[in-house]
Design a protein. Structure first.
Length: 100
């Protein structure tokens, strides 16, 4: 996969477009692909001026326990990782025991 282009380059292409250059002219001036400039300008017209996230978010084993972890941290701000591991192990056992 190609590397992401900078936000600065994107903003310069968008500024050139708003100053009157066509997408093809802006692409040639800044050395980006024509289809990239067309896509950026089209998305900017819809209000999307920044880059979209690349790839996908991989799930975590802790996703089912997200609320529990945040409540644990809010309850005790200086909780250690060891304490969190112990509490998560107890919580996981109680959840697995509840599922038939």
């Amino acid at each position: 996969m190609a590397r992401a282009l900078s936000e600065d380059l994107r903003s310069r292409v968008l500024q050139a477009s708003s100053d009157g250059l066509s997408a093809r002219q802006a692409a040639a001036r800044f050395g980006v692909g024509v289809s990239t400039a067309i896509r950026w300008i089209g998305r900017a017209k819809l209000g999307e001026r920044s880059a979209r996230a690349q790839g996908w978010r991989r799930g975590s084993r802790l996703d089912p326990y997200e609320t529990f972890v945040f409540e644990m941290i809010e309850g005790q701000k200086d909780i250690t990782l060891d304490e969190m591991v112990i509490r998560l192990a107890v919580e996981a056992k109680s959840l697995s025991a509840a599922v038939p």
